[in-house]
Ligand binder design. Sequence first.
Ligand SMILES: *Cc1c(COP(=O)(O)O)cnc(C)c1O
Length: 214
Amino acid sequence: MSDAYASIQSRIRAAALAAGRAADAVTLVAVSKTQPWDHIAPVLDAGQRVFGENRVQEALGRWSERRQGLELRLIGPLQTNKVREAAAFFDVIETLDRDKLARALADEIQARGKAPRLFVQVNTGEEAQKAGVAPGEADAFVGRCRALDLPVEGLMCIPPAEDDPAPHFRMLGQIAARNGLEKLSMGMSGDFETAIACGATSVRVGSALFGHRG
Ligand SMILES: *Cc1c(COP(=O)(O)O)cnc(C)c1O
């Protein structure tokens, strides 16, 4: 088995236990975007079944032929003209971040009669270049998604690279709690243990697992 994979798994379990949570409380989302297949294959062979991808087209190319038994999550921005493909292919879409996308997803879900699980992305640092609803608008946005019958199960964030991530993770947890949402997708290679201490239910780990992206 890949050493990095075993090491990340044991760090996740240790962080969960240290936070007084069950060892298996946190799902590892292995972020395979842009990685060569020879980096991904050993992790897949070792039993990893949940993968995160940033782009619809790239994900289709990488996973279509070996889709069986996997949970695939879209963790990058979704354009409304890709909603049909994304809703058909992904088990989870973590980047619901605007009303136009919410309406397009609702229409698509109604037409198909089957929905991916959804996370609302919150721009906790209110960075202009980042996607996500502003923290102050999150409650109202979650409400509008629910009014469209969208199955929102959690929140996702990507804190500003230069900040201490802990306050951002705590803020996401507070928004989730007051909206009755149980899932928190937060923490990446550099900060997943902090995220687990703050209540992450899934962490998105790429480079620490597969090596630096080219
Ligand atoms: C690329 C990416 C990750 C993984 O980042 P690493 O630092 O390589 O672990 C996690 N989440 C999102 C949204 C990403 O785009």
